[in-house]
Design a protein around this ligand. Structure first.
Ligand code: THU
Length: 137
């Protein structure tokens, strides 16, 4: 993915941090915010949304992705992730997979609000399962 300029990175990280105020994390008390940057420049925030049936919990990254896709936005550049209680919160395996399915070329920014670490999604999910494995069956 092309390099984002510093203003865009700062805005994306800030949006992820601000999103955390809406996190629904009454079981784990681990609040996460995400911000997904579309090719258009639009940013889709998301938070984790937990369930009393714990396994139904949705992570912030998947909420942001599903919000965008379900509103007709399908091309993305980057996602930023912020967690209230952890400096650099890596996306879980399920989120890596769903992001890969829809946005394999994005960069992933982990921020603590003042600094960030940048990875490519392909670096975080090497040898990914994807639609190519479903062909010719
Ligand atoms: N969580 C996220 O929202 N994103 C991550 O990258 C890691 C984990 C959420 C899920 C659950 O609500 C809480 O954090 C603790 O696992």
């Amino acid at each position: 993915m092309d390099e984002l300029n510093q203003d865009t990175i700062a805005k994306l990280n800030k949006t992820a941090k601000e999103a955390v105020k809406y996190a629904q994390a009454k079981y784990s008390h681990f609040k996460v915010g995400a911000a997904l940057l579309a090719d258009s420049g639009e940013i889709f925030p998301g938070t984790n949304v937990e369930s009393s049936s714990y396994s139904l919990t949705l992570c912030a990254e998947r909420v942001a992705l599903v919000k965008a896709l379900s509103e007709g936005t399908t091309r993305f550049k980057a996602i930023s992730i912020f967690a209230e209680k952890l400096d650099f919160c890596p996306p879980c395996g399920a989120c890596r997979q769903l992001l890969y399915d829809y946005a394999p070329d994005i960069d992933v920014y982990l921020t603590n609000g003042s600094e960030y670490k940048k990875y490519s999604l392909k670096e975080l999910l090497p040898h990914a399962f994807d639609e190519s494995q479903l062909k010719n069956i």
